[in-house]
Design a protein around this ligand. Structure first.
Ligand code: DX5
Ligand code: ZN
Length: 215
């Protein structure tokens, strides 16, 4: 069964408590939390106080996706705010190995995200050290974008790298996930599906989450 992580970026920010409780009551496994700094990506989302507020109501782990430059500066802060999974971008952290070790030393799961143009082979020397690869299937920065089809090939390539390196990393797909691509993604080897607009723009988000979970 896939891990389902609804992305809070697509939620109604004026009703965050209600939205988090909906996720609590649903079959979702994690809550995906997108942090954007307006530098690494062209958009600004929210920061630590909002994550603390989400954490106060959440009964499921927070899967925090940092789309910020020099994420190493904030590893402790996001740990304190309640992140269980902390993902940094390969393109944003110069000393990625050190950042990953720091994340793990605080008891969090360490994730590395790669942009659509970033080759899977660049994960070769970090894959054995990490718990998750967040494979971007859109260019990061906004919800509601169109899924990039080349992702399927990248998932297959990553799956074989994970096997060769005997890594335990989960493959998370982030961006444009919907009813049509969820199944082929899982068949290609994905373990975790992030879904923002597909869940929150529906009239019955809990049912959409249940459908994804049952694929
Ligand atoms: C994009 C974010 C995604 C986004 C996914 O920069 O990292 O997590 O919330 O939203 P959808 O599912 O609407 O593409
Ligand atoms: Zn994300």
């Amino acid at each position: 069964m896939p891990v389902i992580a609804p992305s809070i970026l697509a939620a109604d920010f004026a009703n965050l408590e209600r939205e988090v409780k909906m996720i609590n009551e649903s079959q979702a496994d994690w809550i995906h939390v997108d942090v954007m700094d307006g530098v690494f990506v062209p958009n600004i989302s929210f920061g630590i106080p909002v994550i603390e507020a989400i954490k106060r109501h959440a009964t499921k782990p927070l899967d925090v996706h940092l789309m910020i430059v020099q994420p190493e500066r904030y590893v402790e802060a996001f740990h304190k705010a309640g992140a269980e999974v902390l993902t940094v971008h390969l393109e944003a952290s110069t000393h990625l190995h050190r950042t990953v070790q720091h994340i793990k030393s605080l008891g969090m799961k360490a994730g590395v995200a790669i942009n659509p143009h970033t080759g899977v082979s660049l994960l070769k020397d970090i894959i054995a050290d990490i718990d998750l690869v967040c494979m971007m299937s859109v260019n990061p920065g906004f919800g509601g974008q169109k899924f990039i089809e080349n992702t399927y090939d990248k998932v297959a390539e990553l799956k074989s790298l994970i096997a060769i390196k005997e890594s335990k990393a989960l493959i998370e797909i982030d961006g444009g996930v919907n009813q049509n691509n969820a199944k082929p993604l899982l068949m290609a080897g994905a373990d975790v599906l992030v879904a923002g607009n597909f869940v929150f723009s529906s009239e019955n988000p809990k049912e959409v989450i249940a459908r994804l979970k049952a694929i």
